[in-house]
Design a protein around this ligand. Structure first.
Ligand SMILES: Nc1nc2c(ncn2[C@@H]2O[C@H](COP(=O)(O)OP(=O)(O)OP(=O)(O)O)[C@@H](O)[C@H]2O)c(=O)[nH]1
Ligand SMILES: [Mg+2]
Length: 199
């Protein structure tokens, strides 16, 4: 029963400044990716509840939200590459995201890429960063339901070759859909096994 591990998860803390971060007492899995890529939607699918706020408008999550379960935490980190906020707001959350990843705190990162778009420069920078800092990471292709099987196959192969130029250090590439539930169980399993491995 994979769902059981996610049953009692709750929003423990939302932080706007890095010094408000909860003590690192558990394995931490971070959701990373551009604004609107589907981080909060993925989280809601994993825990089968609408706990994280999602939106059509990019830049919804401007705080780092920590969701706590018995054996792990999931950090929903503000999306990068968002430019609609006021200058100050933008500086603040980019700084927060930077500081969070620079602290090398997450044990594992789910790096989300929208399966309708090519890799952006900031995705490449992020993958490069994860690779260099040796943080364990998975590449998660989101919104797969929007593509036909052959479009997906083409996208997958193209992306794989683009990523291999930057890094060979990723664990796996997994296509998901928060809409149809594709591979959500697989993501649950990997979170549970990461929590076991790094304990
Ligand atoms: N069709 C489809 N739409 C999705 C999927 N996942 C997310 N979306 C849509 O994409 C939009 C953005 O999703 P969010 O989960 O809010 O994205 P986010 O990465 O948390 O965005 P920020 O908080 O702004 O960084 C919403 O309109 C979602 O309904 C999916 O698997 N399939
Ligand atoms: Mg979000």
């Amino acid at each position: 029963m994979k769902e059981k591990e996610f049953e009692n998860i709750f929003l423990e803390k939302s932080i706007g400044e890095i010094n408000q971060i909860p003590a690192k007492t558990l394995t931490e899995i971070a959701l990373s990716g551009r604004s609107n890529v589907g981080k909060s939607s993925l989280l809601n699918s994993i825990i089968s509840k609408k706990i994280a706020y999602t939106s059509k408008n990019a830049g919804k999550t401007i705080l780092i939200n920590f969701y706590k379960a018995k054996n792990f935490r999931i950090a929903d980190v503000p999306g990068y590459g968002f430019s609609l906020k006021s200058r100050n707001e933008k500086t603040r959350f980019n700084k927060l995201t930077d500081e969070y990843f620079n602290s090398k705190r997450p044990d594992c990162v789910l790096q989300l890429i929208d399966s309708r778009h090519d890799l952006h420069d900031n995705d490449k920078q992020m993958i490069n960063f994860l690779s260099e800092t040796k943080i364990k990471f998975y590449i998660i292709l989101t919104k797969v339901d929007k593509l036909s099987n052959s479009q997906y196959e083409q996208f997958y192969l193209n992306l794989k070759s683009q990523i291999s130029i930057i890094s060979q250090n990723y664990s796996e590439i997994i296509g998901v859909s928060a809409k149809t539930g594709l591979n959500i169980n697989k993501i649950r399993s990997l979170i549970i096994s990461e929590a076991k491995n790094s304990r």
